[in-house]
Design a protein around this ligand. Structure first.
Ligand SMILES: NCc1[nH]cc(CCC(=O)O)c1CC(=O)O
Length: 317
């Protein structure tokens, strides 16, 4: 230990229930490590939370969910920000870095419905809610007769829209539902073979100012190495295809001992053109495996597939 333990820490968080749960989770972990430290949570509304009516990619993409938190860090009003890693742009602005990645929750997508038990149960023409092109494309591949409609807002908002009958079913991340104490809303899990998760799905990341060597040291015990390696590989694939752009891309890595297995997919939103890759490599070289996966996708015309889907729709909301 080079630095004495912290006396006070401020965690910046979005104000959605899920974001607050995640910030609280980090607060509890830090309180156990540093019992003398006073730890506050600074809740903030981001532009991403305010803009619910327009496609996110038209107004600035994923970065909108993290920008205000970064400003708070830059102005030293906060020390760290807790994010769902899925919402963090692939390249952080100068002066910021990820100090730790926490152990991943369930990375799968979940099928949520009041009437139906699974996607297979839905009648032709049934309306499924998701604003994620990645989810849309993968549903379209297996269930071309279902109708996909956009669904935005935080988890409670989305569940409310389902309950009002606007959709026969919706697709959400299992991790968010479990964290909010709503696992009973999950009627079926979509296995990676059916719906490969988004880069970083189910993992939380802690962002800090890069010059804070003290914080880096204090947060190090929160880092979960296998999760950090997996999400590094996943984010490398995404970065290869333009990073923060909202595109129908899935990338999912699992680790078994020293070996990382990585699967990825790029598709048109209607599911008619799909590129897939499935490779294994060393868990210690996640960027290398991510790069190889990106190349394998390129060899299947991934760039042409992406070019043929209009950006201007929503990303992995
Ligand atoms: N883009 C919204 C978002 N960001 C993170 C999660 C869920 C939790 C996670 O994946 O860590 C969600 C909701 C969802 O996709 O259903």
């Amino acid at each position: 230990m080079k630095f004495p333990p912290p006396k006070k820490l401020v965690i910046a968080s979005r104000e959605s229930r899920l974001a607050m749960w995640q910030a609280e989770h980090v607060r509890e972990k830090l309180a156990l490590l540093y019992p003398q430290c006073s730890i506050e949570i600074l809740g903030m509304t981001t532009r991403g939370d305010q803009i619910l009516d327009r496609a996110l990619s038209k107004v600035g993409g994923k970065g909108l969910f993290v920008k205000e938190l970064e400003v708070a860090i830059a102005e030293r009003r906060a020390d760290l920000a807790v994010h769902s890693l899925k919402d963090v742009p692939m390249t952080l602005p100068d002066g910021f870095k990820l100090a730790a990645v926490l152990e991943r929750e369930d990375p799968r997508d979940a099928f949520v419905s009041n009437e139906y038990a699974s996607l297979d149960d839905l009648p032709d023409g049934a309306v499924v809610g998701t604003s994620s092109l990645r989810r849309q494309a993968q549903i379209a591949v297996r269930h071309p007769k279902l109708v996909i409609r956009p669904l935005r807002g935080n988890l409670d908002t989305r569940l409310g829209k389902l309950d009002k009958g606007e959709y026969a079913a919706i697709i959400l991340a299992a991790a968010g539902l479990k964290r909010l104490g709503l696992p009973q809303r999950i009627r079926a899990f979509l296995e990676p073979e059916q719906s490969l998760p988004a880069p970083g799905q189910g993992a939380m990341g802690i962002e800090i100012h890069s010059d804070r060597a003290d914080l880096q040291e204090w947060l190090a015990p929160l880092n979960h190495l296998p999760t950090a390696q997996a999400v590094t590989a996943e984010r490398t694939v995404s970065r290869n295809f333009g990073g923060s752009c909202q595109i129908p891309l899935a990338a999912f890595a699992t680790i078994d001992g020293d070996t990382m297995r990585m699967r990825a997919m790029i598709a048109t939103p209607d599911g008619t053109r799909v590129a897939r890759a499935d490779l294994a490599g060393s868990a210690d070289a996640p960027e290398m495996l991510g790069g190889l996966i990106a190349e394998a996708l390129q060899q299947q015309q991934a760039t042409a597939i992406l070019a043929s889907c209009h950006v201007g729709v929503d990303g992995d909301a």
